[in-house]
Design a protein around this ligand. Structure first.
Ligand code: FES
Length: 571
């Protein structure tokens, strides 16, 4: 092992080394500063991030493992984002959380880091930070919650909120029963139990190579999670010894495998934005089209909500990610290695499917070709995405008149108006929800359908938006439209009544208005209002520097890596 990075703080007999050591001598052994790796435990535990509230216990297990392997564990609370609470949207703060974690890892005497995340934005922000500071890093995902039931039926977090609220709007469920279901939704500690963004990002992080193979998807209350956390603490010390940094093993091959995993598990569209942002931090040339090229030939094997029936507890019982990856082994890039230093494919030999209803075999997939389709056309020159497995087959090719909403507020004010000129063939268009426009690109693209159509039995319509969609949502939703309306994209020029054509097989999304006519209209002023608003603080910085969804919605000055060097002393 070369000289530890932390020795820049602790080694020597001078005044500065004295200061760095003296204030850290709070019960640690005398040799704590003599060649023992200093391992940060970047912890997103917070009472305001309920999905991560249990991570203190996980951190304690990591701590034991670090000590056992000869390292010094140092718990480091980092910015935490609770998806259900943070306004105006947790995504506004993903880059801030990543930046703060990156800077604090760089600023402190840290040799390696164990990253503890769970709720949607926490693993992505930690991975972005780790990629940019490039210290040996490994993730322990906090794990999904156990399955709650309501009136004898399992409840899928998020997915069943949308379903039950639509039932209330359609008049098939009483308001009282709806409220009663609330206390059944969250049965235990852990993150959402559907194949939403949190589950997806934990599994994708493992496929990427950033989690010890076989750990992601372990339910939060399962004692095996603490065992894995303990082992990961030990591994972090080994990674420092081996100088195994993200830049030494995260390659285009790693992202290839992450995309295969994303498609095979039927994962959230949010993973597209997050993976693009992480790749951007590593200087890896990953594009939106890679998701379509690699992912669209991958079968969906996992029958989990929102695309299917089961929940994460079932997924883990059925064999988990490694069982899935074993089925699609020949689609994986065999060269990609992981935090262990071994190839990902070498961890698949012992994997088995224990319940072929939950994890399908290759011969009997849930959907023969899954993944994320990337659409382009006059409405989205830089691309938009749709998850065909979550859409209605009869709407994958559709032509209909636009009903345009300039903001979420405009949408809510008018969608249930009995006088709204809308029918099942209409295309709902919501703009002003991109990174700059909202700001923060919220999960609003899966717009609730008009009440009068719900009552008439309509359950899906084509919807188009420059925002994102919750990974727990479903429907024929075209999202991440780039450029967004607030950045002057064609979405800002569309009017109610314009004919929109969607053809997923042809990968196209167009508005049937000649380009010169569209341009002559000028952008709708309400659609670009968010961008023009004067703001201060993080929002100001974010609006001025955020990039579009097709490249990961990172800030322009955060793309790339700065490494871990700090040139100057603090005193
Ligand atoms: Fe935290 Fe769903 S709200 S994972």
């Amino acid at each position: 092992m070369g000289k530890l990075r932390s020795a820049q703080w602790y080694a020597g007999q001078d005044r500065n080394a004295y200061i760095h050591r003296a204030w850290m001598r709070r019960g640690v052994p005398d040799d704590a500063f003599e060649g023992r790796p200093q391992i940060a435990i970047a912890n997103t535990a917070s009472d305001l991030t309920p999905c991560n509230a249990h991570l203190g216990e996980v951190a304690a297990s990591v701590r034991n493992g670090v000590y056992e392997a000869g390292g010094i564990p140092l718990e480091m609370p980092v910015v935490s984002l609770g998806e259900t609470n943070v306004r105006p949207t947790a995504m506004l703060w993903r880059n801030m959380a990543a930046m703060a974690t990156e800077e604090m890892l760089r600023a402190n005497p840290i040799d390696g880091v164990v990253l503890l995340g769970g709720c949607d934005k926490t693993i992505p922000s930690l991975l972005m930070a780790a990629a940019s500071v490039d210290l040996p890093a490994v993730v322990v995902p906090g794990g999904p919650m156990l399955t709650g039931t309501f009136r004898g039926n399992p409840l899928g977090c998020g997915t069943d909120v949308w379903r039950l609220s639509e039932e209330v709007r359609a008049g098939t469920l009483s308001q009282e029963q709806f409220v009663r279901s609330e206390s059944s939704m969250i049965r235990s500690r852990g993150h959402c139990n559907t194949m939403g963004t949190a589950s997806t990002m934990a599994l994708v992080a493992e496929a990427l190579g950033m989690v010890v193979p076989g750990v992601a998807g372990t339910p939060a209350p399962d004692s095996r999670l603490l065992q894995a956390a303990h082992g990961t603490g030990r591994l972090a010390v080994d990674m420092v010894t081996a100088e195994r940094r993200p830049s030494t093993f995260l390659t285009k091959a790693s992202f290839h495998n992450a995309i295969v995993a994303l498609a095979a598990v039927g994962g959230s569209t949010n993973a597209v934005v997050h993976l693009l942002a992480i790749a951007g931090r590593l200087g890896i040339d990953l594009t939106l089209d890679d998701f379509d090229r690699i992912g669209s030939r991958v079968p969906v094997l996992v029958d989990l909500q929102p695309a299917g029936r089961f929940l994460m507890e079932d997924f883990h019982r059925a064999g988990g990610l490694l069982a899935v990856l074993r089925e699609v082994r020949e689609l994986l890039d065999p060269e990609a290695t992981t935090v262990t230093g071994q190839r990902l494919v070498d961890s698949l030999d012992d994997a088995s499917i224990w319940d072929a209803e939950v994890i399908r075999t290759r011969a009997q997939p849930l959907v023969a070709q899954g993944g994320i389709a990337v659409l382009r056309g006059s409405l989205a020159p830089d691309g938009a995405v749709i998850k065909p497995a979550a859409a209605s087959p009869h709407l994958l090719r559709h032509r209909g008149p636009a009903v345009v909403f300039d903001s979420v507020e405009d949408f809510h004010a008018r969608i249930d108006d009995p006088g709204l000129d809308v029918d099942a063939d209409s295309v709902l268009v919501l703009r002003g929800c991109g990174p700059k426009g909202y700001p923060g690109m919220p999960e609003v693209s899966n717009m609730p359908l008009p009440k009068k159509l719900l009552e008439a039995g309509v359950r899906d319509m084509v919807r188009i938006c420059d925002g994102r969609m919750s990974g727990t949502a479903y429907g024929t939703v075209v999202l991440h439209v780039a450029p967004e309306a607030a950045a002057g994209g064609p979405l800002a020029f569309v009017r109610t009544g314009d004919i929109i054509t969607l053809d997923v097989e042809a990968r196209s999304i167009d508005v049937e208005v000649p380009a010169d006519e569209l341009l002559a209209r000028g952008p709708n002023s309400a659609a670009v209002a968010g961008y023009a608003d004067p703001r201060r603080g993080w929002e100001r910085l974010y609006i001025d520097h955020v990039q579009q969804a097709d490249t990961g919605a990172d800030l322009d000055f955060l793309v790339g890596s700065s490494g871990s060097e700090v040139a100057r002393e603090s005193h």
